[in-house]
Design a protein. Structure first.
Length: 158
């Protein structure tokens, strides 16, 4: 295994591990627990779950994997919790999470290690020439950090 393969494997293994950890926490929670705030006056678990669906859904076009699957819920979970009157139910968000996770896992598995160093769709070709670190793997690094942060928050709901 060369250094490129090792680097990509390390990041993708962490991605998979954190997704498993998030799923384990989610599966252990009731819909009622998802209504709890992470801390007094902070986001509820249901909002956090929706936020994670939206952020992972955003990865599809950014990584050039296709269009978003759940664009209709984008607004509700990019705004602050409780700022939108109606949000999907916990059961619907659980299904959305399962679906986006399956789709992302499938798409991620198709890329060869070298393809992770290609530009993502939100950087221009000109800027990418100047800043080659703005690649698909960098998107994964930022999303791994994001997932780790919110997985920790999610566990506070128990």
């Amino acid at each position: 295994m060369n250094q490129t393969q090792v680097m990509v494997k390390m990041i993708l293994d962490r991605w998979q591990s954190l997704n498993k950890e998030f799923n384990t926490a989610l599966d252990a929670m009731s819909d009622e627990q998802l209504q709890k705030e992470i801390a007094p006056g902070k986001n509820r678990g249901i909002w956090l779950l929706g936020h994670m669906v939206v952020v992972h859904d955003d990865m599809l076009p950014i990584l050039d994997f296709g269009d978003k699957i759940f664009p209709a819920i984008n607004q509700a979970f990019k705004a602050a919790d409780r700022s939108v009157a109606e949000i999907p139910s916990a059961s619907e968000l659980r299904e959305n999470w399962k679906k986006i996770s399956e789709v992302l896992d499938g798409k991620i598995a198709t890329l060869q290690p070298e393809q992770w160093f290609e530009k993502h769709t939100t950087v221009s070709a000109e800027d990418f020439q100047k800043e080659p670190h703005r690649n698909k793997l960098n998107i994964m690094v930022t999303r791994v950090s994001h997932l780790a942060y919110h997985t920790g928050q999610f566990k506070l709901l128990k």
